[in-house]
Design a protein around this ligand. Structure first.
Ligand code: TYM
Length: 333
């Protein structure tokens, strides 16, 4: 069976609805047809220098959210990046075939380093995309389910795989992104032309999966829309309404057209918001409860992750060996 790999950074306690709809829903769908690997990328999260206690907690709570959202650890491999040393080992090799300018052109790096200044920007942020490429290439993944914001990193991964193969001989599978249609970019509720983002300044625009339902209901009720009072799907002119329609559609499985028809007429923004809030509550309430259950038995959660790491290593180690041999490292024994 073909493989997929994806991951999330444990930089916060809770996933937001963008992570859930943009990535996780597809992970759950795809785990049936693929040999699936879902990684908690704690080494990537280290680039923002969390407190050690925070990183420990967030790594576990992120893994728990993978499971709570529907990842079956018996069908898929759920693991923590730092448990599989092959990731950083391959990342080094990939660093050595990446151009400095090529890495400097990554927009996420440019944005983050512009905010922090060059002394506030650690080198881990710069080499982040090559570690991500290693995550993917180590599993011969054919497909990588992610949101729109990862497109450029995936393009780099493909370029590096092709470059390596042509320089050193066929070694890596060149992966494709699997970026969903309507949900690849869920927008902030407060600033609907910017993506919902864990690092956004205005956290009122984010729906956090682990917040209390009433907190999210309130955020949805006060979502920024427009004054035109007519429900239409127009991303340019009505980004707030378009975002609510997309969220509704993803959660209800009703088409956007059907929804526009349903909320036709004056003064239906309130009804649309009420219904979106109910749909979000419907996924969120059991999700929260399940996460709590999983965290209550930390030993069991850690066992799941240990099993996952073992399985992941059994796939990653031979691929790393292939790459090491290809570049000319002599065997260690
Ligand atoms: P991260 O942790 O920022 O986000 C996790 C996933 O959520 C998606 N996403 C969104 N989708 C729709 N709308 C949004 N507003 C939104 N915000 C985030 C992201 O696209 C992602 O799929 N670099 C990655 C983590 C990573 C990775 C990998 C992913 C490391 N190694 C290997 C895939 C394969 C990241 O920062 O995701």
């Amino acid at each position: 069976t073909p493989r997929i790999l994806s991951g999330m950074q444990p930089t916060h306690d809770s996933l937001h609805l963008g992570n859930y709809l943009g990535a996780q829903v597809n992970w759950v769908r795809m785990q049936q047809d693929f040999d699936a690997f879902f990684c908690v990328v704690d080494q990537h999260a280290l680039t923002v220098n969390p407190e050690p206690e925070e990183l420990r907690r967030r790594t576990r709570v992120t893994a728990a959210q993978y499971l709570a959202g529907g990842i079956d650890p018996d069908a898929s491999t759920v693991f923590v990046q730092s448990h599989v040393p092959e990731h950083s080992q391959l990342a080094w090799v990939l660093n050595c075939i990446t151009g400095y300018g090529e890495a400097a052109r990554m927009t996420q790096f440019k944005d983050k380093s512009a905010k922090r200044g060059s002394d506030g920007t650690n080198v881990g942020l710069f080499t982040y995309p090559m570690l991500m490429a290693a995550d993917i290439l180590l599993y011969d993944a054919t497909s990588v389910p992610v949101g729109e914001d990862q497109r450029q990193h995936l393009e780099l991964t493909r370029d590096l795989a092709q470059r390596f193969n042509s320089r050193y001989g066929e070694t890596f599978v060149v992966p494709n992104g699997h970026i969903p249609e309507g949900t690849a970019k869920i927008m902030s509720l407060q600033e609907p032309t910017a993506k919902m983002s864990k690092s956004a300044d205005n956290q009122n625009g984010n729906l956090m999966m682990l917040d209390e339902v009433k907190v999210n209901t309130k955020k949805i009720k006060s979502a920024v829309t427009d004054t035109d009072n007519e429900v239409r799907y127009d991303v340019e002119a009505k980004p707030g309404i378009a975002n609510l329609l997309r969220i509704h559609s993803a959660l209800s499985n009703d088409s956007i057209e059907a929804l526009v028809e349903r909320y036709a007429g004056e003064n239906k923004y309130g009804a649309l918001k009420t219904d979106v809030a109910a749909l979000v509550a419907e996924v969120q309430a059991p999700f929260r409860a399940r996460v709590e259950e999983l965290l209550a038995d930390q030993a069991e959660l850690d066992r799941v992750l240990a099993r996952g790491a073992e399985r992941a290593r059994s796939v990653a180690a031979p691929v790393l060996e292939r790459a090491y041999a290809a570049v000319g490292f002599i065997p260690s024994g």
